[in-house]
Ligand binder design. Structure first.
Ligand code: ZN
Length: 164
């Protein structure tokens, strides 16, 4: 299997709120395996289910720190601290990076694929990734953080790419 096709900006699936996962079963584990494969092929550090057209609240990630890949099911972020600007990109908005300010630290809770609760204090890149993937589950893309001119330039770049 070659994994999934990553849905790109303009696909309506990226603008919808994904539904809570109600059961961690074999089908979900297979979905996660395919998502991990797709993420590595892209390559990217994280991938949310809506990016492969699946409306479920889960994402996979691997920061290449030897601890991945990981999957988080039904994630929530409960605390935000500090501010951090980072050149952020997205596999659904390929090739474009934007300096975006977000909280520097967050506390994420959710479930792993064994159904165990996870609780992670995340800083910098991991905190950024969690916030970015959670946005996908809420139907939000990083373009929504841009101001008017930045956004116009980004949309123009995306349009030109479709034509070429
Ligand atoms: Zn993304």
């Amino acid at each position: 299997m070659a994994g999934y096709t990553i849905r790109l900006y303009g696909d309506p699936v990226l603008k919808q709120r994904a539904a809570e996962v109600t059961a961690v079963d074999g089908a979900l584990v297979r979905l996660v395996d395919e998502m991990v494969e797709t993420m590595y092929e892209a390559p990217g550090l994280g991938l949310a289910a809506p990016q492969v057209g699946v409306q479920k609240r889960l994402f996979v990630y691997d920061l290449n720190d030897g601890r991945g890949p990981n999957a988080i099911v039904n994630p929530t972020i409960s605390e935000h601290r500090g501010e951090w600007e980072f050149e952020e990109g997205c596999l659904s908005v390929p090739g474009l990076y934007f300096p975006i300010v977000r909280p520097k630290e967050v506390h994420l809770t959710g479930y792993d694929l064994d159904g165990n609760e996870v609780s992670i204090e995340a800083d910098e890149l991991l905190a950024r990734l969690f916030q970015h993937e959670l946005d996908h589950l809420d139907g939000k893309l990083l373009l929504e953080y841009l101001d008017g001119d930045q956004r116009k330039a980004a949309l123009r770049a995306l349009r030109n790419r479709e034509i070429s």
